[in-house]
Design a binder for this molecule. Structure first.
Ligand SMILES: C[S@@+](CC[C@H](N)C(=O)[O-])C[C@H]1O[C@@H](n2cnc3c(N)ncnc32)[C@H](O)[C@@H]1O
Length: 299
């Protein structure tokens, strides 16, 4: 099943740890994936490893609060020697950007610069979380599973789709499952949200990837290619949307102007944007080019 809902958190870990997770979620994952060796590199209060050990699974829990930094230390070097640097499952539950602050708040007296809950903007968060997840990938055997539990975030009216956006940094060919988890017992859930126009976010995502043979640079090449394809596709969307406001026939100059109005930042990033506009106009369905510099929508 891909929809998980466990209102109780169970006796594992610490219910008072901000942002802790129900142990039943881990129990579900362990039953699904049957790992013998499990690692959680952001273990927080220890919920995941408590459940694992109770189920007879060898488990290692690491966290910045006890001196392990997933951004600078290879996880595989922190596994028991007899694992030979390979877990069956490496699953994390990172901070959801700045939703809950850990260093200097939940633990320790000061902010830690590599604390994932203290990134100064979303791009920094994605870059760092991607590194953490590739570190997780590096710690599992080929055929092993790496993944994460992540929720989205609404700040000042903007909806930050953390769980969707992070996938652009990971190898699409290794993605195996996305499960939706109902969110219960959140601190924000106890506040009144009568004025919240779109309602409270009450779900999180479990992203699961299976490590395939191949070194990390092959994975990075794949993600760069995916991102380039996405950029190409987004040009089509930008240009297609920009010319919606033009009439039945329009000139190339009018199309340039419409794109300049619609996406000023994007054209600043691309020296050859006008060539891109002309090329895309040629490719857009339903457009003809009856004479040089003139475009017409098919009736
Ligand atoms: C959402 S909590 C995990 C909660 C856990 N699932 C539980 O039930 O208690 C996220 C954890 O990530 C840790 N963390 C943040 N940045 C980290 C880093 N760079 N390396 C390792 N752990 C980090 C925080 O200290 C925090 O304990």
């Amino acid at each position: 099943m891909s929809l998980l809902s466990y209102p109780e958190r169970g006796p594992w870990g610490n219910a008072k740890w901000r942002g802790n997770c129900s142990g039943y979620i881990y129990r579900h994952l362990f039953q699904l994936l049957s790992p013998q060796r499990f690692c959680d590199p952001m273990v927080g209060s220890g919920t995941s490893v408590d459940v694992a050990r109770e189920m007879g699974i060898e488990a290692v829990g690491l966290d910045l609060h006890s001196g392990f930094n997933v951004l600078s230390q290879p996880i595989r070097l922190h596994l028991p020697a007899h694992w030979n640097g390979q877990a069956d499952l490496c699953f994390s539950h990172p901070p959801y950007h700045t939703m809950v602050t850990y260093s200097g708040a939940q633990w320790g007296n000061e902010a830690h610069p590599d604390d994932l809950s203290r990134c100064s903007n979303l791009d920094e968060f994605y870059e760092k979380l991607a590194l953490a997840l590739l570190n997780q990938r590096d710690s599992v055997k080929v055929g092993g599973i790496y993944g994460t539990l992540l929720g989205d975030l609404r700040q000042k009216g903007a909806y930050h789709a953390l769980a969707s956006d992070i996938q652009a940094y990971l190898p699409r060919s290794e993605r195996r499952a996305i499960l939706i988890k109902a969110q219960h017992n959140t601190q924000s859930g106890t506040r009144t949200y009568s004025k919240l126009r779109f309602g409270r976010i009450e779900h999180e995502y479990i992203l699961l990837y299976e490590r395939q043979p191949g070194q990390v640079y092959a994975v990075l090449a794949e993600t760069v290619q995916t991102q380039q394809e996405t950029r190409t596709r987004s040009w089509k969307a930008i240009i297609g949307a920009a010319i919606l406001g033009l009439g039945e026939t329009f000139t190339t100059a009018q199309a340039y102007q419409a794109v300049m109005n619609a996406a000023p930042e994007r054209i600043q990033q691309s020296e050859h944007w006008q060539a891109k506009v002309r090329q895309t106009l040629q490719q857009l369905p339903g457009l003809t080019n009856p004479e040089r510099g003139v475009w017409a929508r098919a009736a």
